[in-house]
Design a protein around this ligand. Structure first.
Ligand code: DGL
Length: 279
């Protein structure tokens, strides 16, 4: 009887998810594929992009505004689909959620994956300046497995490059080659894409390493961690017809193009200045 009751439980409140721009769409897309019944509210903070060169205080301020907005829409969980915000503002988001709404960041599931499922000796991490300066991946990996060597490299041109649509051309190839040939990344056996924008250029990164390095893409790993969290907290939407909402702080052509790439249709974007109304 309890089991029947459990199976009938259905939480159709949306999953709140945010990033500075299109990067979090890689996570949203993985969530949609793994949990097709779920509704999502996505916030892309395109007006403040990139987060990667902002101070931790500024990133926390932006993240706090978005969190209040997502909570006002009764989201059942908040996914910080941005490494930079995960590294700098996780605690801020957790405090605002006040223990009522669970919060998932993108760093912990990837660290867990590296620690438990791989036999890695030397891991590379690429990310924004802010994520790399925070040293969050190395600190978390070493807490559990001090034997893994971690080499981190900031690759700040990748986000503007992707947001500007330079993905499969000579410009992107030159930037990718220049960063990935740096000595920090020689002899690695795994590479963490420590920015949610980077899965968009995963094929090119794979090709650079001749498919000899495991490219660890946070999107699928985070979607799996979210599914586990929703099951544990009894928050799954088992029978819904999904309807996603997309909010941005500035309407940009690249958001339109990339959201269409993932969601195979024109996504209806709503412009929102949440910081003024949230105070
Ligand atoms: N997608 C983001 C991340 O995972 C942020 C990139 C940026 O805005 O600099 O870090």
């Amino acid at each position: 009887m309890d089991w029947l009751f459990f199976c009938l439980m259905n939480d159709n409140r949306p999953i709140g998810i945010f990033d500075s721009g299109v990067g979090g769409l890689t996570v949203a897309n993985a969530i949609r594929q793994m949990m097709p019944n779920e509704n999502m509210v996505y916030f892309g903070d395109t007006a403040h992009l990139p987060y990667g060169d902002k101070s931790p205080e500024t990133i926390r301020y932006y993240a706090a505004g978005i969190t209040k907005f997502l909570l006002s829409l009764e989201c059942k969980v908040i996914v910080i689909a941005c490494n930079t915000a995960s590294a700098n503002a996780f605690q801020t988001v957790v405090e605002l959620a006040g223990g009522k709404v669970p919060v998932l960041n993108v760093v912990d599931p990837v660290v867990d994956f590296v620690i438990h499922s791989g036999n890695y000796k030397h891991i590379g991490v690429i990310g924004t300046k802010s994520t790399i300066n925070s040293d969050t991946y190395a600190l978390k990996i070493h807490r559990e497995k001090p034997g893994i060597m971690v080499s981190s490299l900031a690759t700040p041109l990748f986000v503007p490059m992707i947001e500007e649509g330079f993905i499969f051309d000579d410009i992107s190839n030159a930037i990718i080659r220049t960063y990935l040939s740096r000595h920090e990344l020689s002899d690695i056996d795994g590479l963490i894409l420590g920015c949610t924008h980077y899965p968009i250029i995963k094929n090119q990164i794979n090709k650079f390493f001749n498919f000899n390095v495991d490219i660890i893409d946070s999107a699928k790993v985070v979607a799996m961690a979210l599914q586990k969290m929703l099951i544990q907290e009894n928050l799954l939407n088992r029978a819904g017809v999904p309807g996603h909402k997309f909010f941005v702080s500035d309407i940009t052509p690249s958001f339109r193009v990339i959201s269409k790439m993932f969601f195979e249709q024109d996504v209806c974007l709503e412009l929102k200045n949440i910081w003024e109304q949230n105070g």
